[in-house]
Unconditional design. Structure first.
Length: 288
């Protein structure tokens, strides 16, 4: 399979490239060449250049779309929106017009409004699954929400097979010191991500599984929550929920989910397990 990976030179992208390069014909699209895998074909391209994207993104069987500003903390909101939303639109237009059959979108649990956020909403229920209403309201969460909606609507209108992977806070080696400090202090008051996380190797696993997943729905679009199997807290998840919402905890939608794993992520990965065959292999107790 000929696979284009946008953002393939990035911190997460290099794990996805490693996962796929021996099984597929991989090409990396990025603004900078990869520091690893010099043998992989490289396409230097700015996704904000619509004409260049249209002329060069062609001849692939699948596009994995990872290229994005990964959070709203270092860039102004208008830049986050422009790069993430307009870049995704330009890419989807090239996919449509050049008849590329499938796109796998790198979304985020922030699209739900319960990842990176400015306002702390109370969920209608927990764990949050793909059917929970979304409440994005700052630049990054909005950009990921709009990206997923665009994928869904291109799927509906043009029949493009689209899969959106809502992965949460990816634990990268560059953040090791900060993460180790969080693990030491166990700040259960932090509502960002509900203490959910994932290692990049498991992100790469999800992309590999998504490439060959058979979309048997109409329109051919699916979204999946992708996190580690647990939270990074030492307390069980029901206790964590009571801590976060002491006056009136949200109702538990899937009680069996926490019965099977008392420390389960508050983002429900049941659908990813049952449909994609996704099973997280790493957790925080194993360290880096």
């Amino acid at each position: 399979m000929k696979v284009l990976i946008t953002g393939g030179s990035g911190d997460i992208g290099e794990y996805v490239v490693k996962e796929l390069k021996d099984k597929h014909q991989v090409t990396i699209l990025d603004l900078k060449p990869p520091s690893k895998y010099p043998e992989i074909p490289f396409l230097k391209l700015n996704l904000l250049d619509a004409e260049e994207v249209l002329s060069k993104v062609k001849g692939f069987d699948t596009v994995i779309h990872l290229a994005a500003i990964p959070h709203p903390f270092d860039d102004p909101g208008d830049k986050v929106m422009q790069v993430n939303v307009i870049g995704t639109y330009n890419l989807l237009e090239a996919i449509r017009r050049n008849k590329i059959p499938r796109v796998v979108f790198g979304c985020s649990e922030s699209a739900s409004g319960f990842g990176i956020h400015n306002v702390s909403y109370k969920p209608k229920y927990l764990p949050i699954d793909e059917e929970h209403p979304s409440y994005p309201h700052e630049s990054y969460s909005l950009s990921k929400y709009f990206g997923e909606v665009m994928c869904q609507e291109y799927s509906r209108a043009y029949g493009i097979e689209a899969i959106s992977l809502r992965f949460c806070w990816v634990w990268l080696k560059r953040d090791k010191k900060a993460i180790e400090n969080i693990l030491k202090n166990k700040n259960v008051d932090a509502k960002n991500w509900f203490s959910s996380y994932i290692f990049p190797e498991d992100v790469a696993q999800a992309y590999r599984l998504a490439l060959n997943y058979s979309l048997d729905v109409s329109p051919p679009f699916e979204s999946f929550c992708i996190t580690a199997a647990d939270t990074f807290q030492k307390i069980d998840s029901l206790e964590l929920i009571r801590h976060l919402y002491p006056e009136s905890p949200p109702p538990i939608k899937n009680k069996e989910y926490f019965q099977k794993n008392p420390y389960a992520s508050l983002f429900d990965i049941t659908k990813a397990r049952e449909k994609l065959g996704f099973e997280p292999k790493r957790n925080w107790e194993g360290g880096f």
